[in-house]
Design a protein around this ligand. Structure first.
Ligand SMILES: C[S@@+](CC[C@H](N)C(=O)[O-])C[C@H]1O[C@@H](n2cnc3c(N)ncnc32)[C@H](O)[C@@H]1O
Length: 293
C-alpha cells in the first residue's frame, strides 16, 4: 500500500490531494473493517449523537475534523472529562468562552445543555465558521452563540471583562493556552472557572506551570487521557459491531493523541458570583437519555 512504502506524513499529504472518490476507495482497500464500521455508525445515527453528554445533538461530518467524527457520534469523544461536562451542565454558567471551538461539538453542545447561557466561540480557522453556524442553526441554538476569530490576550481580556454573571472558559488551542491563561495579564481569570486541555507536547511543562499559576486562586481537578477500549462503545447501539469487529471499533474511537494529554478543571475559590444550579424543571439543562453505560 501507498502508506507502507512512504513516510506517514508524505503518504497522508499525497492521499489528501486525490479526488474524494479515489480517497474513499483507497480507504476501503487499506482499512476495510474500520471503514465499514464508520459507514455503519454514520448511517444508523443519521448524524445524531447517540450517547454521552450531548446525546440527541445533530452534528454533520466536517472535513476539518473527520477523525473525531465517530467519537462525537458515539459519545466517546474526550470521555475522560465527562464528569466535568456534567458538573458544567449542572451549573448555571451565564457565559461560556469556548476558545478553539473547531466545528462546534462543545459550543453547540453547551448551548443545548445550558439554554440560558451565551456562548462565545473563538475559532481562528475562519473556514470552519460557516459549518459551526450551521450546526448551531440545525440544533436551534444559533441565537445563543457568537462566533469570533483568533483569540489573543487582547480580545480574550476584553470578552472576559464584558462577560455577564458566572463565567466558564473552556480552552483547547494546541499549546496557545499557556499564553492566554495568564492571570497577571488578564486579572479576571482569578475569579472565574476554567476547563483547559493542556498540551505539554507543544509547550513542555505547561500542565505543571498552569497548576502553579492557578493553585493560589483555584481548586484544581486533573484528568488524563487514556486509550479507548471496546467497552467505550455505547451499549444498545449496533450491538453486533463490537463483537464482530472489536479492533476496528476501538480504532474508530481513537483520538490519535501524541504524548500524555491532560485536562484541568479550575474552579475559583472566590468566584465573581455564587454558583447557581440548574433548575429541576428545566428539561433542556438535563442530559438527554444516555445509551452508554
Ligand atoms: C483540537 S481543536 C479543538 C477541538 C475541540 N476541543 C473539540 O474537542 O471539538 C483546536 C482548535 O483551536 C483552533 N485554534 C488554535 N489556536 C487558536 C486561537 N489562538 N484562537 C482561536 N482558535 C484557535 C484551531 O484552529 C483548532 O480548530
Amino acid at each position: 500500500m501507498l502508506s507502507e512504502s512512504l513516510s506517514p506524513q508524505i503518504a497522508n499529504a499525497t492521499v489528501r490531494r486525490l479526488p474524494v472518490g479515489i480517497r474513499s476507495v483507497l480507504r476501503w482497500i487499506a482499512r476495510p473493517r474500520q471503514t465499514a464500521v464508520g459507514s455503519l455508525v454514520r448511517r444508523a445515527s443519521r448524524g445524531r449523537i447517540i450517547a454521552g453528554p450531548f446525546a440527541g445533538m445533530t452534528l454533520h461530518r466536517s472535513r476539518f475534523t473527520p477523525h473525531y467524527y465517530l467519537g462525537f457520534i458515539l459519545g466517546s469523544h474526550e470521555l475522560e472529562i465527562r464528569p466535568v461536562i456534567e458538573q458544567i451542565a449542572a451549573r448555571c454558567y451565564s457565559t461560556i468562552l469556548n476558545v478553539g471551538a473547531a466545528d462546534g461539538y462543545y459550543a453547540v453542545g453547551f448551548a443545548r445543555r445550558l439554554p440560558h447561557a451565551r456562548v462565545i466561540a473563538f475559532e481562528e480557522n475562519t473556514r470552519i465558521h460557516a459549518l459551526l453556524a450551521r450546526s448551531a442553526d440545525v440544533n436551534g441554538v444559533r441565537a445563543q452563540i457568537d462566533i469570533r476569530g483568533r483569540c489573543d490576550l487582547g480580545n480574550f481580556g476584553q470578552e472576559l471583562e464584558g462577560a455577564q454573571g458566572d463565567v466558564l472558559v473552556f480552552i483547547d488551542i494546541e499549546g496557545g493556552e499557556f499564553e492566554v491563561l495568564d492571570p497577571e495579564a488578564v486579572r479576571g481569570l482569578r475569579r472565574i472557572d476554567i476547563l483547559v486541555e493542556s498540551h505539554d507536547i507543544v509547550v513542555p511543562g505547561c500542565t505543571e506551570a498552569l497548576i502553579a499559576r492557578f493553585s493560589p486562586t483555584h481548586h484544581i481537578q486533573r484528568y488524563r487521557a487514556r486509550a479507548r477500549v471496546v467497552s467505550d462503545f455505547p451499549g444498545g447501539f449496533l450491538p453486533y459491531l463490537p463483537r464482530l469487529a472489536p479492533q476496528a471499533v476501538v480504532a474508530g474511537m481513537d483520538e490519535r493523541r501524541s504524548g500524555i494529554q491532560e485536562w484541568l478543571y479550575l474552579t475559583a475559590k472566590e468566584p465573581v458570583s455564587e454558583p447557581k444550579r440548574a433548575l429541576e424543571d428545566d428539561s433542556r439543562s438535563r442530559p438527554l437519555a444516555e445509551i452508554a453505560k
